[in-house]
Design a protein around this ligand. Sequence first.
Ligand code: SF4
Length: 321
Amino acid sequence: MKALVLLSGGLDSTLAMKLLLEQGIEVVAVHFVSPFFRSPWAVKTTQEWGVPLLEVDITDDILELLKAPPHGFGSQMNPCIDCHALMLRKAKEIMKEVGASFVATGEVLGERPMSQNRTALRIVERESGLEGLLLRPLSAKLFPPTIPEKEGWVDREKLLDIQGRSRKRQVELAEKWGIEHYPSPAGGCLLTDPQFSKRLRDLMENGELTKENVALLKLGRHFRLRKGVKLVVGRNKEENERLRGLFRKGDFLLQAYSHKGPDAILRGNVAEEGIILAGRIVGRYSDLGEGEKLKVKVQGDTERIIEIERAEEEVVRKLML
Ligand code: SF4
């Protein structure tokens, strides 16, 4: 009997996988990735345990989903119910491809009030088309038996009845099985992060939800100069390098030239005044002395140097996201 386990890399799904492995069930793991979530632990754990892992990129589906999730968002920009349903729909297809008989997840009843209550868990099961074939090993005893349990593919007695937000039992199991490294419960998904969500909301309100723009959200200080024009300023050497890597046709790359200072990407429908304002914001984060002017290298289709005074603190604060 083979099971397909949805492995986020977090503790719950790792334990769900381990519970099946302990029963001698063959496991294939699938790790869904996007710019918002990806965990190095999915790879490390499966390598260590000799479990085949499929990494499946669902960026396009998630970006589409974010535009109008039928079951809405959680406390931030996390459309958890629809995201779960999406992953399970994909899992159903993969289950057939890899010859697995059922799907298992690390969901725990009541761990997340919005997306892991009985109603939400029923919704995602129904919408995924996996009715009866979706096993939640950590909370299985709190639900009616699934087909794998009724058919004896899985020993229900060896499954668990974990419920609620306390992680005590999971942490005990992790100790028992020597699982030392795992992220905090909400640590794996940027869509649950308030600051990231604020920037994402701004992108969506400006009709700029693309892969390229989402990639920029993950680094730097962000400024909305006006509708359709966005500036991202690096906070350190590493971010400056990464920003340069994300520079693409149509963007302007600004670099402090006469003094030490950051790199920045200016993106959108940019007019000359936008370039000057962006340069002044770059000046705010440079080593510019009082009353000095900063030379900024501006690279677009062509390259030139502009000379600016740094922006006032209140201007920077007003435009910062
Ligand atoms: S926390 Fe993120 S990855 Fe997990 S279900 Fe919610 S939106 Fe999807």
